[in-house]
Design a protein around this ligand. Structure first.
Ligand code: F6R
Ligand code: MG
Ligand code: MG
Length: 382
């Protein structure tokens, strides 16, 4: 059996006309760099794409998770791209590059990554989901639905291979040191939901089938945790295996048919619906959004990526997008008010605290009655 590692490493290193879309010359530079990586036998194969302003490097190799030379290849690719983006004065050039030198792994250096080591099955269909203007917790709801909700995934009821359920590895991403818990569905579904409902704190890291087969991997990197301040979004990526004893590709995609609300729209400070879109619509425009997700389907074949299929480029998702846009339009009418604008604790790492600081020392302990202006009595006295 062939053992293959799939690594998706992404970074926002600059985009066109604001935080909208990765420019073509960055795709070209990334492809050139990864081609060299193939020639040097660092990786087997790759596909370069974008989720809005994020450059996405989808790679296969056989070196396992966190392999130094694979991560260095991605890092060097982002560095080369950043240099070009700076030369051309592209907006936010090098935004997610938060370290000067590479130190063994892209983790904690700005870029996000999801990785998975698989023993290739007789046929290995996978989906890569890449989101823009949101955070890792955006995948909590769809992944729960995929692997634990029989109303989404018929196989949980019908297919004996899925019937025993799944194990969720959940990460507390607010902890300085990565902290994980394992929970099993369906037995612990309510506990799983108790955690996953707090999308800003608990995120799915991996999902395994009950027998231990790896089936999902999600990036959980938090940029502000690295930079200590708001520098951009932690736009997440996820790798999902489908079929033959796992949710079918259609069940995987079904989980995205409800445009659920996610955090991260405009200035990382607003909630909005997650729109599943085809690659041609992978660019956030209205109010820098709405947040969106693209999905690419591949067959992994002896370490080579065959495809992709642009999974959401289908009329079947028009109704979801329409619904999402109506929700977006409704939310925009609320403007700076919660729940469109995020709650204060979620704004801790944005620029709002700077504004609030100037109001803070004007608070007093007694209710204030504004002084009235002295009346001008000169006319009535005549
Ligand atoms: C960036 C993002 C955007 C920016 C916003 C302000 O990925 O989410 O919504 O936060 O466009 O950008 P700056 O601060 O660069 O003017
Ligand atoms: Mg950006
Ligand atoms: Mg982005």
């Amino acid at each position: 059996m062939v053992e293959t590692t799939i690594s998706v490493i992404k970074a926002d290193i600059g985009s066109l006309a604001g935080h909208i879309v990765v420019p073509d010359f960055l795709f070209e530079a990334a492809r050139k760099s990864l081609k060299e990586g193939v020639n040097q036998k660092i990786i087997n194969d790759f596909y370069v794409t974008n989720a809005g302003d994020d450059l996405e490097l989808i790679m296969t190799h056989n070196k396992g998770e966190g392999a130094e030379d694979v991560h260095k290849l991605a890092w060097d690719t982002f560095m080369k791209g950043t240099e070009l983006a700076r030369e051309k004065k592209i907006y936010a050039a090098g935004q997610d590059i938060l370290a000067d030198t590479f130190s063994g792994n892209v983790k904690g250096m700005g870029p996000g990554s999801a990785e998975m080591v698989i023993e290739e099955r007789r046929s290995e269909p996978i989906a890569i989901f890449m989101a823009d203007k949101t955070e890792p917790g955006a995948f909590n709801l769809p992944l729960y639905k995929m692997f634990a909700d029989p109303f989404n995934t018929a196989g949980l009821v019908i297919d004996p291979n899925l019937h025993d359920g799944f194990r969720f590895i959940i990460q507390d991403i607010m902890k300085d040191i990565p902290c994980f818990i394992e929970m099993k569905t369906p037995e612990e579904s309510y506990d799983v939901l108790a955690l996953l409902g707090s999308t800003g704190r608990y995120t799915i890291k991996k999902v395994y089938r009950a027998d231990g087969m790896i089936t999902a991997s999600v990036s959980t990197d938090k940029l502000h945790a690295v930079a200590g301040k708001y520098v951009g979004k932690d736009d997440p990526v996820a790798i999902i295996r489908a079929h033959s004893g796992l949710p079918a590709m259609g069940e995987v995609l079904e989980a995205f048919t409800m445009p659920h609300l996610v955090s991260g729209w405009m200035r990382g400070s607003h909630a909005g619906p997650l729109l599943p879109v085809g690659l041609k619509d992978s660019r956030c425009t209205r109010f820098d959004g709405p947040p969106r997700v693209v999905g690419l389907g591949f067959q992994v074949s002896n370490g080579v990526l065959i495809g992709p299929v642009d999974l959401f480029d289908d009329v079947a998702f028009d109704i979801t997008r329409q619904r999402g846009m109506e929700i977006a339009d409704y939310l925009r009418r609320i403007g700076p008010f919660q729940p469109h604008r995020l709650a204060e604790h979620e704004m801790e790492y944005t620029t709002l605290p700077k504004v609030l600081a100037s109001c803070e020392n004007r608070f007093v302990e007694e209710e204030i009655v504004p002084k009235t202006k002295a009346k001008d009595t000169s006319e009535s006295a005549e």
